[in-house]
Design a protein around this ligand. Structure first.
Ligand code: SAM
Ligand code: SF4
Length: 337
């Protein structure tokens, strides 16, 4: 159940953006090792006692809901590898929010009944290649078949499935049309994501496949009249399309070449209890320590929202990306995408 928008004025930033969408990372751990997310040498995990307990997650989430949050996404790391993931999902499902999950899909089949019981209807599942061996290269693990079958299972069980595909030049940019063709007979929603820089992921501009390039490929493979531009909601990060007559849709998330900061309604909570007011922000605000000291966390949340930059935490031009390798930010695995 989604409650009507009653966003507390403190969750409205200085640019008038209302933050009603909280993304909570449940863990820094993962059963995959995607090259664009996890550095080759792994990351220094936070000590266990620095990770939010399920009670703390629930307390902080409730606080955000009181301040006007109406949607919560669980992410990570891989949220479902956390031992008490089922309990957290159950607790959060009692809040008046739309609850949803981003997962790599490897063990999603174990949670189907639990998701149904907790009112989860939509999941984002990551899959970067339709080729098993390429998938092993990118994830450094061999679970392609399992993930693909789990996507089919979720659809069969009535869930809305969005497939997240990070595009990288020379790796999977030759699969754009294959992914779109997947939407012909499957009601699946493919989302092509521009590769973003984070600590240790060896990003550079040349590897990025841009919104424009994706559309060029689409236009050279389909007649103009076959591609329908779908309407995007005001806070959507995607530009969505459908091939006429196809069951599913495809969309592009162009965080680098065409940011969607004007309509941003997101705020992030890392597994160790830090708020990040933007995916690209190098600074964070600690909620967990004051919470454990019995202090009010509201002023910290307010300040984090009030200090949010207009565009990508100051990365407001493409040129600023050219000079970065993402090293001033955490690795994506430790943020929660
Ligand atoms: N483990 C889950 C998964 O893979 O879906 C949830 C966490 S993952 C960090 C969330 C999303 O971030 C995934 O869709 C992943 O593809 C995306 N992501 C990770 N690193 C990225 C990067 N460097 N650029 C763009 N998207 C990235
Ligand atoms: Fe794990 Fe998801 Fe990162 Fe891949 S993208 S390493 S599955 S957290």
């Amino acid at each position: 159940m989604t409650k009507p928008s009653n966003v507390h004025k403190t969750l409205t930033d200085t640019f008038g953006r209302k933050h009603n969408y909280l993304r909570i990372s449940l863990t820094e751990r993962c059963n995959l090792r995607c090259t664009y997310c996890m550095p080759a040498d792994g990351i220094q995990l936070s000590p266990k006692e620095h990770i939010m307990t399920y009670e703390e997650i629930y307390t902080i989430a409730s606080q955000f809901v009181d301040m006007g949050v109406t949607k919560i996404r669980l992410t990570g790391g891989e949220p479902l590898v956390r031992k008490d993931a089922a309990l957290i999902i159950e607790k959060l499902s009692t809040l008046p929010v739309k609850l949803t999950i981003t997962t790599n899909g490897v063990i999603v089949d174990r949670f189907i009944e639990h998701f149904k019981k907790c009112g989860i209807t939509t999941l984002n599942v990551s899959l970067d290649s339709l080729n098993a061996s390429k998938n092993t290269d990118i994830t450094r693990r061999s679970y392609f078949e399992k993930v693909y079958q789990n996507i089919l299972l979720l659809i069969k069980e009535g869930f809305t499935v969005k497939v997240n595909c990070v595009l990288m030049r020379g790796f999977n940019d030759n699969e754009i049309i294959d992914f779109i063709n997947l939407t012909k007979n499957l009601p699946v929603h493919v989302r092509f994501i521009e590769f973003m820089p984070f600590d240790g992921n060896r990003w550079n501009m040349d590897k990025l496949v841009s919104l424009q390039e994706i559309l060029t490929q689409v236009n050279s493979n389909f007649e103009k009249s076959e591609i329908v531009k779908l309407k995007d909601a005001p806070n959507d990060t995607t530009k969505s399309y459908q091939v006429k007559g196809y069951q599913g849709t495809f969309a592009i998330i162009s965080s680098v070449t065409n940011p969607f900061c004007d309509g941003c309604n997101r705020i992030r909570l890392t597994a160790n209890g830090q708020i990040k007011n933007c995916l690209f922000s190098a600074t964070e605000s600690d909620l967990l320590t004051p919470l454990r000291q019995g202090k009010s966390i509201n002023p910290i949340i307010e300040r984090a929202v009030q200090t949010k930059f207009k565009i990508r935490s100051g990365m407001d031009t493409l040129d600023k990306f050219k000079n970065t390798d993402g090293h001033n930010n955490r690795s994506m695995i430790a943020i929660g995408g």
